[in-house]
Design a protein around this ligand. Structure first.
Ligand SMILES: NC(=O)c1ccc[n+]([C@@H]2O[C@H](COP(=O)([O-])OP(=O)(O)OC[C@H]3O[C@@H](n4cnc5c(N)ncnc54)[C@H](O)[C@@H]3O)[C@@H](O)[C@H]2O)c1
Length: 248
């Protein structure tokens, strides 16, 4: 396997489990020098970091981060710079998928989802871009969702809106950083089997490929966007959904 991430340091939020754990593994398998596993669930993040480090030899550290707390995000990037001295790659994957009914979606519940899925990702982009501009190099991948494309499936209004906001913000960041050696793209996964979706009763009905997605179906596309193979792409939103929704 190509070691295309040799010498590269990554911060991945939400990487204790699911799509982003596999993304961390994928980058480590391809030679990443170091990966910061940032997650609300610190115990799980620690176990994930150890597991990936043991399996690949990449240096993996865990950092307890609640992306809805600006101070946690500042601390995450300060810690990463202290330990790694660079941030070449950021993957914004920390997310929640509420299924709150419209009539129950009050201001507090709306803000909770937005503060994690959208504001948290924005503040991570802001920290990373500051570092990446100085490096004159960076790759950012924001995990949006097919929910934004189709107006939600089982998720609440706030979920699709947060992911649509993130896909839109991705384009603006991309324009603002295109001269600085930085690319910023988004990805819209379809139905992927993780803790987020496992008990939601999703089936393969309506998926042309005839199966639900696995984290590796998504992590390899994130790895492509985090690599130099995608160096002339910025502000793009890629769909990874087994053919369930196709954009023009
Ligand atoms: N699974 C799917 O079908 C699917 C589809 C489209 C988009 N996505 C998106 O992919 C990303 C990864 O989701 P997943 O399916 O791997 O789910 P997951 O639940 O396995 O992973 C999400 C991770 O985010 C962490 N997290 C939650 N709140 C946090 C916070 N405030 N601060 C830091 N970390 C926090 C969780 O602890 C968890 O480890 C999410 O952004 C999700 O919205 C998933």
């Amino acid at each position: 396997m190509s070691k295309c991430f040799k010498g590269k340091y990554a911060v991945i939020t939400g990487a204790a489990g699911g799509i982003c754990k596999d993304t961390a593994l994928c980058l480590a398998e391809r030679g990443a020098a170091g990966i910061m596993i940032a997650d609300l669930n610190y115990e799980k993040a620690l176990a994930t970091a150890q597991e990936i480090e043991d399996a690949t030899g990449s240096r993996c550290l865990a950092f307890a981060t609640d992306v809805s707390k600006p101070a946690d995000i500042a601390a995450l990037f300060a810690f990463t710079m202290e330990k790694f001295g660079a941030v070449h790659i950021l993957v914004n994957g920390a997310g929640v998928c509420p299924t709150t009914k419209l009539e129950d979606l009050d201001a507090e519940k709306w803000d909770w989802c937005m503060n994690i899925n959208l504001r948290g990702a924005h503040l991570c982009c802001r920290e990373a871009i500051r570092i990446m501009k100085e490096q004159k190099y960076g790759r950012i991948v924001n995990i949006a969702s097919m929910s934004y494309r189709v107006g939600g499936i089982a998720a609440s209004v706030s979920y699709g809106a947060s992911k649509g906001g993130l896909a839109s913000a991705t384009k603006t960041y991309a324009k603002l950083t295109a001269q600085d050696g930085i690319t910023i793209n988004a990805i819209c996964p379809g139905l992927i089997m993780t803790d987020m979706t496992r008990n939601n009763g999703y089936s393969a009905d309506g998926i042309p490929m005839g199966r639900l997605g696995e984290p590796r179906d998504v992590s390899t596309v994130i790895a492509f966007l985090a690599s130099d193979d995608s160096r002339y792409m910025t502000g793009c939103t890629l769909d990874v959904n087994g053919g369930m929704y196709m954009t023009m």
